[in-house]
Design a protein around this ligand. Structure first.
Ligand code: 13P
Ligand code: SF4
Length: 360
């Protein structure tokens, strides 16, 4: 059986954030965000059919030279209308290279903020300001400054699921897709502070053999995917490949279970983007997918003959699901909401993001 998730004692000290959806929404610093006021014009979205909304979005996208970027966890219709659907790294890369004048970001706030940092001359829109991230909210810039004081000279590696202010206090960013490569690029003798996801941090430690100080943050959606659920499904579908996002609560024990033979050897820990690529190349026909369920839409669409079993049907990110067709239409029509980052913070955060993009 897989071991229950335990948090090493030395790491419990800074695990001080109660993660609930309500709390995540309420502590999301709306007043730190710079956005336009809502002034809706023209036909109202709630009086339009889905087909009319899609037509209007397409028209506006052309008129405004806009690009629609969507994360793999977005609702199906948003993934279907997007110009590009991908993981955090893929979306950051698309934003960095686009020649569009407007970027409509169908994802969560830190992703739109990353696009705004990378493209200061473009208009970046997030259709709902409340689309935050419980993981990003586990660390504030004040907490990071305090942590740095305790470890002077340490290199700070920040997952992109962080605010612009936290990125600005960090040396280099990473995503779940390139975290191992980013840490491997840091000289062996350097002390490392890794934030804010403890499960991704443990995975990186295991893959690189490096000991790091890891912030005890977690994503409430992924943390709730427990080892026993995954174990039960692996026993029920012995022929299936097991795909686990490194943010999952089951990821740490899965790594040890694979080594001990308690889980199939074809278990892979992958970012959402790497899951999509992996499935396309794999001869397997069934996959147990341990991440947010939004990714199943694209997996099924691109691999109609394969079967996908969610590790937990309850793994639904409420923030990702806030973006709807109506809001995308309203966003393109009336610039709701423009995401801007203060230029000093943006310049410092850009350094950390660009260092990441140079690595992988
Ligand atoms: P990736 O898409 O980079 O794997 O990240 C997952 C995630 O949780 C984004 O919020
Ligand atoms: Fe944040 Fe978790 Fe939602 Fe990703 S799935 S946006 S990490 S709350």
């Amino acid at each position: 059986m897989m071991a229950a998730r335990t948090i090493p004692v030395e790491r419990q000290v800074c695990y001080n954030v109660e993660l609930t959806i309500e709390k995540a929404v309420s502590i999301m610093s709306i007043d730190q965000l710079t956005s336009t006021q809502i002034v809706e014009t023209g036909p109202k979205a709630d009086s339009m059919s889905q087909e009319e909304l899609i037509e209007a979005i397409n028209q506006l996208r052309k008129e405004r030279n806009a690009v629609i970027l969507a994360h793999n966890y977005q609702i199906p219709v948003i993934q279907d209308i997007a110009d590009f659907t991908g993981d955090s790294l893929g979306l950051a890369r698309q934003a960095a290279k686009t020649d569009a004048d407007v970027i409509v970001f169908c994802g969560v706030h830190f992703m739109a903020e990353t696009a705004a940092i990378l493209c200061p001359d473009k208009k970046v829109l997030l259709p709902d300001l409340e689309a935050g991230c419980s993981l990003a909210d586990t660390i504030t810039v004040e907490q990071l400054r305090e942590w740095k004081k305790q470890h002077p000279g340490a290199v700070v590696v920040a997952y992109v699921n962080t605010s612009a202010a936290v990125k600005a206090e960090s040396d280099i960013c990473c995503t779940s897709s390139n975290a191992v490569e980013v840490v491997q690029a840091i000289p062996e003798d350097q002390e490392i502070l890794f934030l804010p996801d403890m499960f991704l941090g443990s995975y990186v430690e295991k893959m690189t053999g490096r000991k790091m100080h890891i912030w005890m943050g977690e994503c409430h959606v992924h943390a709730a995917i427990h080892p026993d659920e995954v174990q039960r499904l692996a026993e029920k579908h012995p022929e299936a490949e097991l795909l686990i996002h490194p943010e999952c609560g089951c990821s740490t024990s899965a790594m040890y279970e694979v080594a001990a033979g308690g889980l199939p050897s074809n278990t892979a820990l992958l970012s959402t983007g790497k899951m999509i690529k992996h499935v396309a190349q794999s001869p397997a026909e069934t996959f147990i997918v341990a991440t947010e369920v939004g990714i199943l839409h694209r997996l099924q669409q691109e691999n109609p003959a394969k079967r996908f079993v969610p590790a937990s049907e309850h793994a639904v990110c409420p923030f990702m699901k806030m973006i709807t067709l109506e809001k995308v239409y309203r966003s393109l029509k009336d610039d709701i909401y423009v995401i801007e980052v203060d230029p000093d913070t943006a310049a410092k955060a850009r350094r950390a993001i660009e260092r990441m993009l140079e690595i992988g």
